[in-house]
Design a protein around this ligand. Sequence first.
Ligand SMILES: [Zn+2]
Length: 336
Amino acid sequence: MKGLVFKYKELIDWSEVPAPKIIDNEYIIVKIEVFTFSHSDYRPYLGMDDTVAKNTIMGHEGVGIVSTIGRKVTFLKVRDRVVISCIIHCNQCKFCQQGLYANCLNAGFILGTKINGTYAEYVRVPYGESSVYKLPSEISTEQGLMLSDVLLTAYENVILKVDFNKINNVALISDGPIALAILLFLNSYYKKVTVFGHHRIKLEVFKANGAEQIINSKNNEFGDEQYDLVVECVGNDRDTFTLAQQLVGFNSIIISIRLFKKPVIFNLNELWYKNITIKTGILNNGATLEVIDEILAKKLDPNVLVSQVYNKDEVMEAFNQFENKDYFKKVVNLWL
Ligand SMILES: [Zn+2]
């Protein structure tokens, strides 16, 4: 089969690799139909971090058909269409018992980093029954794919962590896919949302999808407005935490959804009397069924997040589009 293998910095290859086999009774194998790229894949490629082991098939987002199941798997059947969670969890350890699946002692964020991931024709998923979800027929493959990571990152880190009765205005620092996913959820709450970004074409998408105000941060003019909720979710090492501290109002909240690799400056000397709250964390993929219900109720359309779909012959072209700052999620459909 084919898989997108991380060799080392700046060398990845869509190449022939051995197909996975069942090695544990709780594991399953999924025949991948679609996958999508994440900024966390470009960072190792660019040498910005070392999270992906050499000669690993990358990728933690995917939708496909269950092709093989381990003997202890009873809930899933061969030919079920499933979305694979980016967080794999055993459902038995002390952290899983608390719903903290990202901290699972036996798995966690391992797909495409420590073990072979979803950028392949087949992927082996540990603890299959707790790490994938069946997709209702009303949800399209591309919509379902957004449940692997981006929609759940937005929902679990923002929507589930905030009492929106106390929020009037929201600042989103980023014009990337997670910020757009947050906006799609926030539309249900009819809050005034301001987006700070610097990619004009993407900012227009935010405007078309309900953002009341967009501010091009290239100009370094951020206005005087103070916000009840500030969410920073950029995918690089830009110091947007400083801007978040400038924008946050009294009795307000900063939520930081970042892949931090460096320390940040926290101006506690200026903020201590404002009574602010800071929240951060990684998703657990625990609210997937709730988000499926939101999609079925037509509260949001995940298709907005998909900028481009590529076919099986365009894998490398699609990966290399990470330089294209006008796109949100880039999807590869291996069955096209
Ligand atoms: Zn666990």
